[in-house]
Write a protein that binds this ligand. Structure first.
Ligand code: PMP
Length: 390
C-alpha cells in the first residue's frame, strides 16, 4: 500500500489488505463445495454483525440502491401507504423507489442539520394505517445520525414495517436488529462492511418475510424478487448447490474475509472505536473553527463527517490540494448546498493515524489557500480528545 493515496471518502473506503487479497484468489465455481461454505459462513456472520440471530440474510450482486429496491419491491404493493423519514439525499431516493412500486408516500423531514423527532413521527403514524416506514441510519449526504431504536419501537406500536437504510452505518454504528425489532436493515459492501463495491446486503425479520409471503400481487421486479433469492440463500446455508443468478464469487470470498475481521474485533469494540475516532475528529475540526452540518454532536454520524468550507475557500481548490498530498476527500452531495461543504469518511478499518493524516493535510491545504490556521491546532485537539478516552 506504500505510496497509495488515502481514500477518505464515505465509501468506497480503504480496504484491509487481506480483503483485497481474497478478491484475487482464482475464481471458483459458484457451486463448488468450498465456495458454498464461504457463502454459508458469510450469511451466518451477517447475523452476528446485524445482531439478528433470527433474521433472514440476503447477499445479492448489486449496490446499496438494489438493497433499497429489493425491500420496496418485495414488501410494498400498489396503494400501500409508506412514511418516508428523510435526513438527506438518500431518504428522498427511498421515496422515489417506493413510488415506482405504487406506494403512496408521505415525506417527513426536519430543517437542514436536524433529524425528525420521534414525537413528529408518532403524530404522523396516528393519521393513517401505514404499511411501512423507511428511514436512514446515517444519511451520507448530511452526516446526520438517526437513533433507530425509538423509531423501530413506534413502528411496532402502530403495526408498521420498519425499513432501515443502513448503507452508511452497518458495521460502523450501533445496530441491534432483533432487540430493536427492525424489519429490514440493508447495506452495501463498500462502506463499513469493508469490501469493494458490488454487493447488496439485506437482513429481513421473520415478520417481513411473512408480509412478503402474504402479498396479494406478484413482485413486479424480476431480479429483486425474494421468490428467486430466498431458496438460494436457504440452499447455501444448508450447504447445498443452487443457482438463480451467478453470485459475485470473488466479492463474496472477500465478504467472508471482512466479516471475519469485523466479528473478530467484536461488534461493541468496533462501534466504540468508530464513536471515539469520530468524536476526536470532530474536536479537530472544531479547533479549526470549521462547522459541521449536524446542528449538534449528538446527531453527528460516527462513520463520516460533513463539514462546511470556511468562508472564502474554494472547495475544488481545497480538494485538489488535499489530493496533491495524497488524501482523497468527497465533495457535497445535497443539491441545495453541494458547493458549500465536503465530506470525510471515517469508517471500517480507519485508524487514529489515518485521521491525523487527514487533519494535518487539511491544515496545510487551508494554509496554502491563505486561510488563517495555527499549524497543529486540530492535531492537538484530536490527540487531547483521544487521550481523555484512554
Ligand atoms: N443509502 C445511503 C445512506 C448511502 O450512503 C448510499 C451510497 N452512498 C446509498 C443508499 C446507495 O448505495 P449505492 O451507491 O451502493 O447504490
Amino acid at each position: 500500500m506504500k505510496g497509495r493515496k488515502l481514500l477518505m471518502i464515505p465509501g468506497p473506503i480503504e480496504f484491509e489488505p487481506d480483503v483485497l487479497h481474497a478478491m484475487s484468489i482464482p475464481t471458483t465455481s459458484h457451486v463448488a463445495p468450498d465456495f458454498i461454505a464461504v457463502f454459508a459462513n458469510s450469511l451466518e456472520l451477517m447475523r452476528t454483525v446485524w445482531k439478528s440471530p433470527k433474521g433472514q440474510p440476503f447477499i445479492v450482486s448489486g449496490t446499496g440502491t438494489l438493497a433499497m429496491d429489493m425491500a420496496a419491491a418485495n414488501l410494498i404493493e400498489t396503494d400501500d401507504d409508506v412514511l418516508v423519514i428523510s435526513s438527506g439525499y438518500f431518504g428522498k431516493r427511498f421515496k422515489d423507489i417506493l413510488e415506482r412500486y405504487g406506494a403512496n408516500t408521505t415525506l417527513l423531514e426536519a430543517p437542514l442539520g436536524e433529524v425528525v423527532s420521534p414525537e413528529a413521527i408518532e403524530k404522523e403514524l396516528k393519521t393513517r394505517a401505514y404499511k411501512a416506514l423507511t428511514f436512514t441510519h446515517v444519511d451520507t449526504s448530511t452526516g446526520l445520525l438517526v437513533d433507530p431504536k425509538p423509531i423501530a419501537h413506534l413502528a411496532k406500536k402502530y403495526n408498521v414495517l420498519s425499513i432501515l437504510d443502513g448503507v452508511c452505518s452497518v458495521a460502523g454504528e450501533e445496530i441491534n436488529q432483533d432487540e430493536w425489532e427492525l424489519d429490514v436493515v440493508l447495506t452495501a459492501s463498500q462502506k463499513a462492511i469493508g469490501v469493494p463495491p458490488g454487493l447488496a446486503l439485506l437482513m429481513a425479520s421473520q415478520s417481513a418475510i411473512q408480509v412478503w409471503e402474504n402479498r396479494k400481487t406478484p413482485v413486479s421486479n424480476y431480479y429483486a424478487d425474494w421468490t428467486n433469492w430466498l431458496p438460494i440463500m436457504t440452499a447455501y446455508e444448508a450447504r447445498r448447490p443452487s443457482y438463480f443468478g451467478t453470485p459475485a464469487v470473488n466479492l463474496i470470498v472477500a465478504l467472508e474475509t471482512s466479516l471475519k475481521i469485523i466479528v473478530q474485533e467484536g461488534m461493541d469494540t468496533r462501534i466504540k472505536r468508530h464513536q471515539n475516532l469520530a468524536k476526536a475528529f470532530r474536536a479537530g475540526i472544531a479547533a479549526l473553527n470549521l462547522e459541521i452540518l449536524p446542528k449538534t454532536n449528538a446527531i453527528a454520524a460516527n462513520t463520516l463527517s460533513a463539514v462546511y468550507y470556511p468562508k472564502g475557500i474554494d472547495g475544488g481548490a481545497l480538494s485538489a490540494k488535499m489530493v496533491a498530498n495524497n488524501v482523497i476527500i468527497a465533495g457535497g452531495l445535497l443539491p441545495e448546498i453541494k458547493a458549500d461543504y465536503f465530506r470525510i469518511g471515517h469508517m471500517g478499518s480507519v485508524s487514529a493515524n489515518d485521521l491525523i493524516a487527514v487533519l494535518s493535510t487539511l491544515e496545510r491545504a487551508l494554509i496554502a489557500l491563505e486561510h488563517s490556521v495555527v499549524p497543529g491546532k486540530s492535531l492537538q485537539a484530536f490527540q487531547n480528545e483521544l487521550l481523555k478516552m484512554n
